[in-house]
Write a protein that binds this ligand. Structure first.
Ligand SMILES: [Zn+2]
Length: 137
């Protein structure tokens, strides 16, 4: 697949000055089109001789980081596939440290919440007659 985006579009993409639809289209295309990624990283190279990889610029600018809510939805697997793929790409291919950290944080919170919830259900079930209330958080 040849890239069908012009360099000026890619420049605008880097500036995050494209309409959302085009931002998303380019992000999606970058996922499967290594040639496009190459073109983009050449543009980045021209723009900033100190930054050589797409991953680096992505990380340093935190381009298109999903929100914490989106990461939460990703964790719960309730996103539409396109969005889920993007977040997966962002986390695993780009390897965004910030989002990976947020995600493991959310995962911890989530499993703590789950554990607390089932704990409190158990307590309610077994000890409701004793007037047992769940622990303070
Ligand atoms: Zn991120």
């Amino acid at each position: 697949m040849n890239n069908h985006f012009s360099e000026s579009q890619l420049e605008a993409f880097l500036d995050e000055s494209l309409p959302d639809e085009q931002m998303t289209a380019i992000e999606a295309a970058l996922r499967d089109d290594s040639q496009l990624a190459q073109v983009l990283s050449e543009i980045i190279g021209r723009r900033d001789a100190g930054v050589h990889t797409l991953g680096a610029i992505w990380r340093s600018h935190r381009l298109s980081c999903p929100s914490r809510e989106q990461l939460g939805s990703y964790l719960l697997d309730v996103l539409e596939s396109e969005q889920r793929d993007f977040i997966c790409f962002h986390l695993e291919t780009i390897g965004c440290r910030y989002c990976n950290a947020s995600l493991s944080d959310l995962r911890e919170q989530h499993s703590a919440t789950d554990a607390a919830a089932s704990e409190s259900r158990r307590h309610k079930y077994f000890q409701s007659s004793a007037g047992y209330l769940s622990r303070d958080d």
